[in-house]
Write a protein that binds this ligand. Structure first.
Ligand SMILES: *[C@@H]1O[C@H](CO)[C@@H](O)[C@H](O)[C@H]1NC(C)=O
Length: 183
């Protein structure tokens, strides 16, 4: 019985650890070096790339570009839509830019190069979930059309917390029992 309890605890720790502390990732914008440029087609667009990734709080976006001719502007939804570069939230220069995603919801980026945003050099990244929910995220991301600015989107409902906790406990007991039988 002591052994069963011990193995339950060990397995429980492993389950909680792997669910809660999965590593933050760096995403190279566009998936390759020098992708921060005017896209040649729709399929080549940065938003097409972004739609195939799941961005979580703590992940980072990395841009590589020619510092002499380009930059990265983080802007409001309105400025994203109108390609207005006059008052960005943040301006990044230097050819190598790393931005950590710290909030839920959409983040809007446009090129600082004259005329590039209008030709499609722009990016929406939607943060859908924090690390604790990587394996069980249930709430769909709010549509970028629904809110203004990166801070506006609400966090997913806390219901998933209870679900993950009871799920983790169940796993813990089940795996612990199996281990206890084996050992
Ligand atoms: C761009 O944004 C600035 C600041 O919000 C505003 O004053 C300006 O009118 C905008 N320009 C255009 C073309 O919308």
């Amino acid at each position: 019985m002591a052994r069963l309890l011990l193995s339950s605890v060990v397995v429980g720790l492993i389950v909680l650890f792997s669910a809660g502390f999965s590593e933050a990732r760096d995403y190279l914008v566009g998936g390759k070096a020098d992708a921060w440029k005017i896209p040649t087609s729709d399929a080549d667009s940065l938003n097409h790339w972004a739609q195939n990734s799941r961005f979580l709080i703590g992940d980072s976006l990395v841009w590589q570009y020619d510092a002499a001719t380009d930059s990265v502007l983080q802007v409001t939804k309105r400025d994203y839509v109108t390609c207005n570069t006059s008052s960005p939230i943040e301006t990044y220069t230097g050819g190598q830019t790393k931005v950590k995603l710290e909030q839920y919801g959409p983040h809007y980026f446009i090129s600082g190069a004259q005329g590039h945003c209008e030709k499609g050099q722009k990016l929406i990244v939607v943060v859908i979930s924090d690390r604790h929910h990587r394996h069980i995220a249930v709430s769909p991301a709010p549509s970028p059309a629904e809110s203004d600015g990166p801070a506006a989107a609400p966090a997913p409902a806390p219901a998933s917390d209870a679900r993950s906790l009871s799920g983790g406990l169940f796993l813990t007991v089940a795996l612990g029992a199996v281990l206890g039988l084996i050992m």
